[in-house]
Ligand binder design. Sequence first.
Ligand code: NAD
Ligand code: ISE
Length: 337
Amino acid sequence: MTVNVGVIGVGMIGQDHIRRLTHVLSGARVAAVTDADLDRAQVVADDLSGARLHRTGQDLINDPEIDAVVVTSWGPTHEEFVLACIAAGKQVFCEKPLATTQDACERIIDAEVAAGRRLVMVGFMRRYDDAYRALKEAVHSGDIGAPLLMHAAHRNPSVPPTFTGDMIVVDSAVHDIDLARWMFHDEIAAVSVLKPRASRKAAEGDNDLLVVLLEMASGVLVDVEVYVNASYGYDIRGEVVCEDGTAELSESTGAIVKSGGRYAGRLPADWRERFVRAFDTEFQEWINAVAAGHSTGPSAWDGYAATVGTDTGLEALRTGGRVPVTMRERPDLYKGE
Ligand code: NAD
Ligand code: ISE
């Protein structure tokens, strides 16, 4: 079966996902697209064989020939489209964030629970990265004792001027928040955010970098340095300190060349390059699940937990204090994941 996918939002990541669905993966074709910028959507549709252009996301979701939907529009629009997919009984892959407010995430959870089956997957692609999977396996192998602490770094070379200080937490640290929950099979109990002196590259009134400290319910600590104007490349790091050893995320930079008394390797330019294989794996698993009639991967519950984590992080950033995390009870639909 070929899954006919409709894509809502054909900006940067929407076009990257269309490329992988069309040219890299098997079992799916992009059959329709839409965007608030219809001219942009038309250009994308023209480049796809037999793809329809819809005027709105709702029209695309209601198209009977569309089996499943990818939502890659701006965060504040996600709730409307995800809820419409649930109402239409269609599987939906939604890029992070699931929704920008906790209330919106809860409305999605309530709708999915009422539907009685999982229809939503959230795009936390780090869970599909070979290096993170190997790190998780090492941590839980039993060979190096129980985990105590994780050091993580999330560095972007640069961000556009529209990227506000809050987005360091909401747009970037959200990945580390999801990763910590996945790595340790645990919820976050409290969040603190520390700021060094302001960098000359940070916008007036903002700090870049931030250190986000996550206290997991088990007592494991996770410190995440998030630095969005690091200049030198896209650099994602992780090291878990356990009772009897440590496990470190390997660098996916290809060869390290030693020559003339020096050594050098390559850093990825951005998240597209660093996580290209993870995105491919994530989407292939989604297509396979959709073709088999079910969902997979990070759930609406994970999307909700991440938004609770970023909201708590924002409060910690504003108050300078340690803020406990409060979450609703996990519905049965998401138990045992
Ligand atoms: P972008 O601005 O390049 O593209 C977003 C597109 O959505 C634009 O073309 C815009 O016109 C369109 N859009 C906005 N509102 C719409 C609406 N109501 N209906 C239809 N189209 C609409 O943004 P982007 O960088 O591609 O990010 C899109 C989403 O993907 C965001 O939620 C972002 O957080 C997420 N993202 C995830 C990763 C990752 O690593 N997983 C990386 C980048 C972006
Ligand atoms: C971007 O939106 C992403 O999701 C990337 O994965 C992340 O590394 C980057 O910091 C975000 O801005």
